[in-house]
Design a protein around this ligand. Structure first.
Ligand SMILES: [Zn+2]
Length: 505
């Protein structure tokens, strides 16, 4: 089968994009949808078969098989003499020339990842031979060594990070242990997700986003790895840089629309931001309390190969809410963003009842909350707020603040207590240019604007204790107490807010 040359090969060249071309029909090992579409014939023959009709003529049932792709056999003794050691676990045989103490934990990590994939996507179906699913990895510090040993296939195109082909993958060693493990898990996820032919192989955002999602990991206190975590700081996720890529683009151009990510094509993955945005969308859907379940259910197709599954279940209902909340997430994506508390209950507002004020409580430990008030373009409104909240329980000390005064520790300093705030906020720490704890507002129009960004909720205005404003647009008023999106969990309390019509003057 003729396969595209430069485009396909170039695609994988920038960041851990795998998808070595494989004519054999063994192992649908590509994260490149173009390759999969072109190989459709051989893949479908290799991984699924249609059973014959039953005697009663019931509908044909499809039996799905995993591609048979047994691990290659090498002369391990000869390789060891040349400096390439083998490390094995149940699911991975790893050939590498990196230091033994760095290499030894990696196969077991992959076994844990296999359990996590199985739990998330469901168990892989058997192959026709009844063999176990075992991956083979080549982690290379000195690539020439592997070439001389014949472990780098001639037709394997150049790659700066990693590539996979069926259950095999090749990785260049990385400067930090975190990123080495991350790319190993990324490639392993491709090996798993491409074992069965399924409809989402053509969705690059999903294939790459999920590989990145499972690549993002940390270790629990008991040493067990956890996958699909949101990076909480830069240091522990050294060299990852995806949140930074999104932040930079948001600063320059605003957040990308969800539709534009769903439409990413293989060529877009010539540059790293496509990985960052694909990951961010998968993280948003996986971490969102309202979408998590249907997003995971959608992923079952990776092991069932169910051709009738589509993304409509996830993307069909309340699509407007999904699109808009995605934009709000992408706009403020940061290390440790608290997705659960940032999730929005989109409760549409109603017009005020004459001079009656509308009352609502705004809690400190959530993101945007509907006031239930529909404000009318051109009309004047007054919002007043009262109450005290805790805006941080274990606050980070401001730059330069000392824990000691003279020889005495300042145990009872104001800085060591929970920070209490009234609706005007506190004056010694800021978020997004406004005092922490300040009551801020935004208006959600319905329908959203047709031009990007397709939400009005990125326009935030200060309210504090009291504000009077003329509505620039018709929509529901949302409020929140200003705080870093990663620091909502240690907030407590609420403020009482009244919204009323103000006399037009
Ligand atoms: Zn990839």
């Amino acid at each position: 089968m003729i396969l595209p040359g430069n485009i396909l090969y170039g695609l994988c060249a920038l960041l851990a994009l795998c998808g070595a071309v494989d004519d054999s029909g063994v192992g649908a090992g590509s994260c490149n949808p173009a390759a999969d579409v072109r190989r459709e014939g051989s893949i479908s023959r290799s991984v699924s078969e249609v059973s014959t009709r039953t005697s009663k003529g019931a509908a044909a049932r499809q039996t799905v098989y995993r591609a048979t792709d047994p691990p290659p056999k090498h002369d391990d003794e000869r390789l060891a003499k040349s400096g390439i050691q083998k490390y094995t676990s149940k699911r991975l045989q790893l050939y590498t020339d990196i230091a033994p103490d760095q290499a030894r934990p990696l196969p077991e990590l992959m076994d844990h990842a296999f359990e996590a994939w199985t739990e998330y996507f469901g168990p892989l179906p058997p192959d026709r031979e009844g063999t176990e699913f075992v991956m083979t990895g080549y982690l290379m510090a000195d690539k020439a060594l592997f070439r001389e040993a014949g472990l780098l296939p001639e037709d394997l195109p150049p790659f700066p990070h990693g590539r996979n082909k069926g259950t095999r993958f090749w990785l260049n060693d990385q400067p930090t242990p975190y990123y080495r493990r991350h790319l190993l898990l990324h490639e392993g996820t491709h090996c798993f997700m491409t074992s069965v032919r399924h409809p989402f192989l053509k969705d690059v955002w999903y294939m790459e986003g999920m590989a990145e999602l499972f690549g993002t990991h940390r270790f629990e206190a008991d040493g067990r790895p956890r996958f699909r975590v949101l990076p909480h700081d830069r240091e522990q996720f050294a060299n990852l840089g995806r949140i930074r890529l999104v932040e930079d683009e948001v600063r320059q151009k605003g957040p990308r629309e969800l539709t534009s990510i769903l439409r990413l094509v293989p060529n877009d993955f010539l540059s790293n931001p496509a990985y960052a945005w694909s990951w961010a969308l998968c993280q948003f859907l996986d971490g969102h309390p309202r979408y998590h379940e249907s997003f995971q259910a959608m992923g079952r197709v990776v092991t069932t190969g169910d051709k009738t599954t589509d993304q409509q279940k996830l993307f069909g209902t309340n699509r407007a809410d999904l699109d808009e909340e995605w934009l709000l997430f992408a706009a403020v994506l940061c290390h440790g963003i608290d997705q659960t508390r940032a999730a929005i209950d989109f409760r549409p507002g109603k017009l005020l009842n004459g001079d009656q004020p509308a009352k609502v409580e705004i809690v400190a430990d959530r993101g945007w909350q509907s006031t239930g008030v529909l404000i009318d373009k051109g009309k004047k409104y007054q919002v007043t707020a009262t109450g005290r909240v805790v805006i941080a329980n274990a606050p980070q000390r401001p730059e330069g603040a000392s824990r000691r005064e003279g020889n005495q520790p300042v145990a009872t300093s104001a800085l060591d207590r929970p920070w209490e705030s009234e609706p005007q906020g506190i004056s010694f720490r800021y978020h997004a240019g406004r005092p922490l704890g300040m009551l801020v507002g935004t208006v959600r129009t319905s329908p959203p604007p047709e031009v990007a960004p397709q939400t009005t909720m990125l326009d935030v205005f200060p309210i504090g204790r009291e504000a009077t404003f003329t509505a620039a647009t018709t929509g529901t008023l949302y409020l929140r107490l200003n705080d870093d999106w990663s620091e909502l969990a240690d907030n407590a309390g609420k403020v009482e807010v009244q919204t009323r019509s103000a006399p037009m003057r």
